[in-house]
Design a protein around this ligand. Sequence first.
Ligand code: HXC
Length: 257
Amino acid sequence: MAYETIITERRGKVGLITLNRPQALNALNSQILAELVAAVNGFGADAGIGAMVITGSEKAFAAGADIKEMQAISYVDAYLQDFFVGWEEFTRARKPIIAAVAGYALGGGCELAMMCDFIIAADTAKFGQPEITLGVIPGMGGSQRLTRFVGKSKAMDMCLTGRMMDAAEAERSGLVSRVVPAGELVEEALKAAARIADFSLPSVMMAKEAVNRAFETTLAEGLRFERRLFHSLFALEDQKEGMAAFAEKRKPNFSNR
Ligand code: HXC
């Protein structure tokens, strides 16, 4: 499929998606949402792909939802269209997605990064939820996901003042998993994704499900869920292969079976 606002590439077993609306700092309009969801679903259905990376430009991962597209929307239209509901489909992706963030990740851009499974940031990254400066609040999960990432005090600070957080603060507060030099961002994210894609896909997908469950349920239920998944992995040839390879001091050769 030909896309206009994103670029998709296969890098071995990794699907790389680059947001590409440079004239609007990758502001997220309905077209980019539709293309992103189509690309993620496409890589999701592709048996040769084990993980994905989403990145933007050096200047901006994404500077938010598209303010110019949003500004004239009425309440009733926002309600009737369930404005932003399309992003729920993005979060249903079952294969891991890494956000590789350089420059601005603001508003919906920060929220998109948080919808991915983890964030690798360039030292130039700047995160923020500036919606309050526009007379609104985060609408793609910022008030909920940011609070789970960084806790109440910092989430309140970000959502109420609209200030930006640099990469060092984002790493310190648990929003991003690692910070790398800007010039190495995509390469480092692709390396992490390739490492994931070399593991057994069903176990990778279950690991993602298990960690995500921690945000949806109690500790007791989450532990039970984890144990059930863990038990089920003993039905895989890849569990036998992985453990045999360890015992035989060789590299495992996973078949995703
Ligand atoms: C539409 C945007 C945009 C956005 C930037 N642009 N952000 N267009 N929506 N979110 C456009 C600008 O209008 C401009 O277009 C071009 O991109 C370059 O931006 P500049 O502002 O000229 O660049 P710069 O001076 O370097 O400033 C960068 C910036 C600033 C600090 C990131 O662009 C900015 O503050 N952007 C808005 C950030 C924001 O508020 N995001 C949250 C959006 S609301 P032209 O045509 O003039 O060259 C949101 C969720 C809403 O995400 C949920 C509520 C329901």
